[in-house]
Write a protein that binds this ligand. Structure first.
Ligand code: ZN
Length: 133
């Protein structure tokens, strides 16, 4: 089994409603997503996938949807105020944790037909959440 991993850095704001600690407050992160693809056999170029191609697919989604965006649970009471102020945000079906963001990135890349093994999101240099199916 071969794997390749491409890292993509981006920033976002969020808060975790109902969180007992300081994550309940509005704050932001500069994170790194590590996207790993796997294959039993290499393609005719001797690769699992060209790094530039992974970068193109992942960066497209991340830059358009997640980067410098404000990620909130769809039930967050801040949403009406942000809407009224014409601020950019993304309302999510689940709490905007590193785990859920890793899942969103995984599902997007898988939906584009790429053999995603896992997506890890480094929220801090020492804290990482991963998703795989
Ligand atoms: Zn946070």
């Amino acid at each position: 089994m071969f794997t390749v991993t491409k890292e993509v850095s981006f920033c976002y704001g969020h808060r975790l409603m109902e969180h007992a600690g300081k994550c309940r407050n509005v704050h932001g992160h500069s994170v790194k997503a590590a996207i790993t693809l796997s294959a039993e056999k290499l393609n005719r170029h001797g690769m699992v996938c060209d790094f530039g191609e992974i970068d193109g697919v992942a960066c497209g989604f991340i830059e358009e949807q997640l980067d410098h965006n404000f990620l909130l649970h769809r039930d967050d009471p801040l949403l009406p105020f942000l809407r009224q102020a014409n601020e950019r945000f993304m309302a999510l079906d689940e709490h905007p944790t590193a785990e859920y963001l890793a899942k969103l990135i995984y599902q997007y890349i898988a939906a584009q037909g790429y053999p995603v093994d896992s997506v890890s999101l480094w929220e801090t240099p020492s804290a990482c959440a991963s998703y795989r199916e």
